[in-house]
Design a binder for this molecule. Structure first.
Ligand code: AMP
Length: 215
C-alpha cells in the first residue's frame, strides 16, 4: 500500500512557505496544491468563474466555503493527488477543515505543519525588500540596486512596494494570525499539528521538515 502523505502547510507571509513547499513536494513526489495559485489562474483565464473569483480576491475577501469545496474536491480527485498532496492555502476556516476531514476520511490529513517564523523576523524580511518596477527583480536593502534605486539588470526604478510597508505588513500579519489561530487549534486538538522553526537557513529548515514528516 502506498504511504499516504497528506499534508497541509501554514506559515506567515515571509516565512519561506513558498520555497519550502516546492522543495518538500518535489522530495516527496507529491503535488504542491496552492488554492491561491489555482484561484489566480482561474482569474487570469477570464472564465465566468474566474471573473467572480477575481472580484472577491481584489476586495481582499475569502472565497466562500461552498465554492472552495468544489475547487478542492475536484483537485484532490485528480490522479496525481492519489498518493498524497501538500495543501497550501487550504483550509482557511474551521468549516473548511471539517470538509477536508470528510473528504479524506477515514484517515484524514496526516499532518498540518506550521512553518513558524516570529512576527518581528518576517516584518524585517518583508520591509527590507525592494523590487524593480519594470522587470520585477527582488532586491534587499544593502544590495547595490536597492541602495541606488536603479536595477542592475535593466536600469528600471527599484522601489518598495506599498504592500511591503511596515504598516501594511503588520495589518496583514494580524489578519493572518486571527484567521489561522482556530485552524492551528483544530489540528492540535486532533494531535495532527507540528510546529517547525522556519527561521534558520533554508537548507536547515528543509532538513527539519523532512525529519518531522518521516517521524
Ligand atoms: P493566497 O495566495 O493563499 O494568499 O490566496 C489568495 C486569495 O485567494 C485569498 O486572499 C482568497 O481571496 C483566495 N483564497 C485562497 N485560498 C482560499 C481558501 N482556502 N478559502 C477562501 N479563499 C481562498
Amino acid at each position: 500500500m502506498p504511504r499516504r502523505t497528506r499534508l497541509i502547510i501554514f506559515g506567515r507571509q515571509g516565512a519561506g512557505k513558498g520555497t519550502q513547499s516546492k522543495r518538500l513536494a518535489a522530495t516527496l513526489g507529491i503535488p504542491h496544491i496552492s488554492t491561491g495559485d489555482m484561484l489566480r489562474a482561474a482569474a487570469s483565464s477570464g472564465s465566468e468563474f474566474g471573473q467572480q473569483v477575481k472580484l472577491i480576491m481584489d476586495r481582499g475577501e475569502l472565497v466562500s466555503d461552498e465554492v472552495m469545496e468544489g475547487v478542492v474536491r475536484e483537485r484532490l480527485a485528480q490522479p496525481d493527488a492519489a498518493g498524497g498532496f501538500l495543501l497550501d492555502g487550504y483550509p482557511r476556516t474551521p468549516a473548511q477543515a471539517d470538509f477536508l476531514q470528510g473528504l479524506t476520511a477515514p484517515d484524514g490529513i496526516d499532518l498540518a505543519i506550521d512553518l513558524d517564523v516570529a512576527e518581528e523576523i518576517v516584518i524585517g524580511r518583508i520591509t527590507r525588500r525592494r523590487v524593480c518596477e519594470s522587470c520585477g527583480t527582488i532586491y534587499t536593502v544593502g544590495d547595490e540596486s536597492a541602495e541606488t534605486g536603479v536595477c542592475a539588470r535593466d536600469g528600471g526604478k527599484v522601489v518598495q512596494r506599498a504592500d511591503d510597508s511596515e504598516e501594511a505588513v503588520r495589518r496583514r500579519l494580524a489578519d493572518y494570525d486571527r484567521q489561522t489561530a482556530p485552524l492551528m487549534a483544530w489540528f492540535a486538538d486532533r494531535d495532527r499539528l507540528a510546529i517547525v522553526d522556519g527561521s534558520g537557513p533554508a537548507d536547515e529548515v528543509s532538513a527539519t521538515l523532512f525529519k518531522v514528516i518521516n517521524a
